[in-house]
Design a protein around this ligand. Structure first.
Ligand code: AMP
Ligand code: MN
Ligand code: MN
Ligand code: MN
Length: 280
C-alpha cells in the first residue's frame, strides 16, 4: 500500500544496462530495503521492465516502468529519466534503438582511443562485462580497467581515463533533449531531469538547461540523488519551485559494492516540492 510515508526509489539500473543485478534481483533487494514504490531506469533501454514489473507484482510493491535516456544539451551530456512509460510504445522503442546504435559506435571509439593510450582490447573487455554489445557503457570499461589492474576502483578509472580531456573519453551526440522528452511523453510517462547537480557547467548554463527542459514540457527535477550534497537538495528543491517543476527521488543504484547509495536509502523530498508521483 502506498501512503504518505511510503519510500520511493525512482532511479536504478539492472543488467540490462550497467547494473550488476538482474531486474528481479533489483526488485528483491528493494523490497528487502523497505522500498514501497520502485522504478527501473536502465540507460537507453526498456527491456528489463517486464521482468521487474512481474517481480514487483509478486512481491506486492508498486512499480513504474522507466528508462534513463542519454541526451545532448549544448556541449553537455544530460540524462532524462522517464517514469511510468509504456515499454511497448513503438516511437520510444525506435528512438532508444537509435540511441543504442550511436552508443555502440561510441564504445568502439572509446576502445580505439584507449588502444592509442596503450590499453589494447578494452572494447572486447567491456563488451564481455556488458554480456553483449546491446548496451556497452563507460561503467563496463571502468570495471574492465579495474580488472586488469589499471586502477583500484571504478571512480579512479573515471578520473584518469573516461572523463573529458582524458585518453578514453570521446565526444558523442546523443538524443536531443526535445526528442527524449517527446518520446517519454508519447509513451505516457513523466520526464525527469536526472541528477541536475552533476553536470559540469556554469550556473548560467544550468539555468539555460532548466529553462529549456521546462519549455520543452519536462515534468520534474531529480532533487534527491546521491550525486547531490545536502545543500544541493535544498538548491534543487528551490529550482523545482522556481521553474514550476515537480521533484523526484532516486538512488541511481548500480551494484552493491560500487554505488554511492543503496536502494531506498535516500532522504525524503524536501517540503514545498510537489512530488512527481503526486497524481499517479
Ligand atoms: P555512459 O552512459 O556510457 O557514458 O556511462 C555513464 C555511466 O557511468 C553513469 O550512468 C554511471 O553509472 C557511470 N559514471 C559516470 N561518472 C562516473 C564516475 N565519476 N564514477 C563512477 N561511475 C561513473
Ligand atoms: Mn550508469
Ligand atoms: Mn545518469
Ligand atoms: Mn542512472
Amino acid at each position: 500500500m502506498v501512503s504518505a510515508t511510503s519510500r520511493y526509489d525512482l532511479h536504478c539500473h539492472s543488467t540490462y544496462s550497467d547494473g550488476v543485478l538482474t531486474p528481479a534481483a533489483v526488485v528483491a533487494r528493494a523490497v528487502g530495503r523497505g522500498v514501497d514504490v520502485l522504478a527501473l531506469t536502465d540507460h537507453d533501454q526498456v527491456a528489463g521492465n517486464a521482468e521487474a514489473r512481474a517481480a514487483a507484482a509478486d512481491a506486492g510493491i508498486q512499480f513504474a516502468c522507466g528508462v534513463e535516456i542519454s541526451a545532448s544539451f549544448e556541449s553537455l551530456t544530460v540524462h532524462v529519466v522517464g517514469l511510468g512509460v509504456d515499454p511497448d510504445d513503438a516511437t520510444l522503442s525506435q528512438g532508444l534503438a537509435g540511441v543504442r546504435a550511436g552508443r555502440h559506435g561510441r564504445a568502439q571509439r572509446i576502445g580505439d582511443s584507449l588502444a592509442e593510450a596503450g590499453i589494447p582490447d578494452a572494447y572486447l573487455g567491456a563488451r564481455r562485462l556488458a554480456g553483449s554489445d546491446a548496451l556497452v557503457a563507460r561503467t563496463h570499461f571502468a570495471r574492465y580497467l579495474v580488472e586488469i589492474g589499471r586502477a583500484k576502483d571504478t571512480r579512479a578509472v573515471f578520473r584518469r581515463y573516461l572523463t573529458p580531456g582524458k585518453p578514453g573519453y570521446v565526444r558523442h551526440a546523443w538524443a536531443t533533449l526535445a526528442d527524449a522528452i517527446a518520446w517519454i511523453h508519447g509513451a505516457g510517462g513523466d520526464a525527469v531531469l536526472a541528477h541536475p547537480g552533476r553536470y559540469p557547467c556554469s550556473p548560467t548554463a544550468l539555468r539555460r538547461l532548466l529553462g529549456q527542459f521546462r519549455d520543452l514540457g519536462g515534468d520534474a527535477l531529480e532533487v534527491i540523488s546521491p550525486a547531490h550534497t545536502p545543500a544541493q537538495f535544498t538548491e534543487f528543491a528551490t529550482h523545482a519551485r522556481v521553474y514550476g517543476l515537480r521533484g523526484s527521488v532516486g538512488s541511481d543504484f548500480h551494484a552493491p559494492d560500487e554505488s554511492w547509495m543503496d536502494l531506498g536509502a535516500m532522504p525524503p523530498l524536501p517540503d514545498g516540492v510537489t512530488p512527481v508521483w503526486a497524481d499517479w
